[in-house]
Design a protein around this ligand. Sequence first.
Ligand SMILES: C[S@@+](CC[C@H](N)C(=O)[O-])C[C@H]1O[C@@H](n2cnc3c(N)ncnc32)[C@H](O)[C@@H]1O
Length: 210
Amino acid sequence: MNSPANAPKSPTKPASPDWWLMIRKFFQHGTTIASFAPSSRFLARKILKGIDYESARCIVELGAGTGPITKELVSRVRPHTRLVIVERDPDFCKRLRTRFAYAPNAEIIEGDAAHIDQLLADRGITHVDHIVSGLPLPSFPAEVRDAIIASSARALGEHGTFRQLTYMPLVYWQFYRGYFEDVQFQLVPLNIPPAGVYVCLKYKLVRVAA
Ligand SMILES: C[S@@+](CC[C@H](N)C(=O)[O-])C[C@H]1O[C@@H](n2cnc3c(N)ncnc32)[C@H](O)[C@@H]1O
């Protein structure tokens, strides 16, 4: 976690705009980035809608990119909530660390969401209240995706939510229904491209292929 002693008290402005870094990454890595623009604040707010910040003790974000959702999370969480932000790309991580150095309860981890079990265990985290995912899950190999969702569901328990953004509104509803009993979709037109969020509850122990 960030050391409060010499940390800045407010966001630090990066040298180049987020959209420029995102476009560069998109052209370098394509489907693992999945978007050429960071999420809008409308999308970031929608994916977090309904979270009870009073009761949340730990929230995990997977695939944070340049941090538009992280920013909303950081501004909402209470001091008692631990924020664990996982991002695989080193340049995004560098930006996230600089940007959120002022946030004492946010830990930025440069790591692969495929190792979420280990990342949580290393930190002694046994329960997570909400997982917010920007990962392009449908384009992951099936066994990696299954493992990420199964590990997430274990950490979330019965009542935690798995929140997933999508840039292909509603297309993957059946896909997420293959993993969870309860899948709510909400459209977010004010995003480039138009997007949506799935809020998923109640992991299916036996997965039915979508
Ligand atoms: C569609 S972008 C979303 C970025 C950001 N959350 C937003 O809303 O603008 C997907 C992000 O997931 C990251 N990512 C892809 N695969 C990953 C993995 N296996 N582990 C961690 N991060 C990953 C990419 O580097 C990228 O930053």
